[in-house]
Design a protein around this ligand. Structure first.
Ligand SMILES: [Zn+2]
Length: 156
């Protein structure tokens, strides 16, 4: 019983995610094109001409604003671990992080498959703890990503 509850716990995240997506606008595109800082999401100086040149290419234009890049340099000196935050925020805006969802499904599917095979042989495994935990971590990261890569919709 506990195993079922544990595995279905992340369902609670779904209505929250839907709520977030409805009330927030994605800034991923702006960040990838270098129009907004990837850490604080403030606008950067980017001429329309430069933006136009970047429209079609697939290059990485993610940048930090002046104040965030100063903060990052300071944190690199003072506390290198806290500078990982910048890397993580940059990662959240990357295309690789979009693929995270697929890796996650393959991973969980694999665990469930092993679990079923073991059950078939009458072995009671506690694998649900592994995929249940991965499931929860995934949803926490994914929800954080949704919040981080979006901004609140402004009423027009
Ligand atoms: Zn910034």
């Amino acid at each position: 019983m506990f195993s079922i509850l544990y595995c279905f716990l992340p369902i609670l995240f779904i209505p929250f995610s839907i709520y977030l997506l409805k009330n927030r606008n994605s800034v991923s595109w702006d960040v990838r094109k270098g129009k907004k800082c990837y850490n604080c999401k403030d606008n950067l100086d980017l001429s329309n001409e430069d933006l136009f040149k970047r429209l079609l290419d697939d290059k990485n234009h993610k940048r930090l604003c002046i104040s965030c890049s100063r903060d990052m340099k300071l944190s690199l000196i003072k506390n290198p671990i806290s500078s990982l935050k910048f890397k993580f925020h940059k990662y959240l805006f990357s295309k690789e992080s979009d693929k995270m969802v697929y890796y996650f499904f393959v991973f969980v599917f694999f665990f469930i498959l092993i679990d079923i095979v073991l059950m078939f042989f009458g072995i009671k495994s506690n694998l649900y703890l592994a995929y249940g935990t991965i499931n929860i971590i995934f949803w926490i990261v994914n929800t954080y990503k949704t919040i981080y890569t979006t901004t609140k919709k402004t009423s027009e």
